[in-house]
Design a protein around this ligand. Sequence first.
Ligand code: PLP
Length: 384
Amino acid sequence: MNQPVRAPGIPIPFIDLAAQRRRLGRAVDDAIARVNDHCQFIGGPEVAQFEADLARFCGARYAVGCASGTDALLLVLMARGIGPGDAVICPAFTFCATAEVVVLAGATPVFADVIEDTFNLDAASVKRAVLTARRHGLKPKAVIPVDLFGLPADHDAIAEVAKAEGLYVLDDAAQSFGATYMGRKLGALAPATATSFFPAKPLGCYGDGGAVLTDDEELVSLLKSLRVHGQGADKYDNVRIGMTSRLDTIQAAVLIEKLKIFPDEIEARERIARRYAQGLDGVAGIPSVPDGLTSVWAQYTIRLKPSLRDGLALKLKAEGIPTAVYYPKPLHRLEAYKRFPVVDNGIPVTDRLAGEVISLPMHPYLDAPTQDRVIQAVRAALIS
Ligand SMILES: *Cc1c(COP(=O)(O)O)cnc(C)c1O
């Protein structure tokens, strides 16, 4: 391995947004300045342009911008009229927002298990969760597969179960926009896909933002109404209960510029993931990508014996290398969510993964010498 260029112990970032800003140069500053000049901070021309760019990028017919990834999920549930008495099946191994929106909509999340090798929703567990929902007197209405850590879920298998059980599929691609499944990008797969532009996501803005991708024209008109207080013919003709959830013009302007370099960043992430795999295979459980899929590597998450995890994190921290555990507690074990039903035969895979996973620094600007420092530190900590 190469000699590290930085002295050991100098802290490195987990995600380096400053490096991305240096690469973007004046493009983003100029884009923001143009918005400052025209002053259309809400609904400015950049919003429609970004929506068109985003839809074209992923091959969906429409993109509808909104205020966050959480709102993108919630707006779709609202548009579908999902509410009290309805069940929405979610993986238990995800960020809380996936299930939070179900509760906000008045419906009940039912937690299903994930697949060991991909961390993503298990279609067989979804099928069982439908029975669990019915046993609780709920009407199973939808499933929210999550494309965790950048990797698409098993969309064909989930679509098959959804079709058989009459479930609407709302894809949570907050961590994985840009990833592909059998040659198609997320956003063009499910009837509706939600994504997030939170700064740390693969395609992030400079604040909060989100979008829904879909081919469904009727859904688009509902979403556009719901994101502005349920507006009808105009803003003061309110025909349904909605919310305030627009994508700010400045964020759209930032995203237009960032989308231009996104394909290049995805390639860099792939190269960095391959280098981690080469350096860590045999030392820790490295992530696998099923045939026909690509990941955008929102996280590079390895697996260890639970007894080794805290020690590894401490040793890396002492060397200035940050790590993170996504997610130490699965949703069904969180205070706010433990009252909701869990699929009848339990969630053993999720429970096991929560004890084993740890994520390493991952972003498109992680240079080879710095990455080698991470790899060497992990190897030194685990091979003793
Ligand atoms: C980040 C995230 C969200 C929410 O996105 P925000 O833009 O932060 O609201 C939803 N689901 C998953 C899986 C996420 O990682």
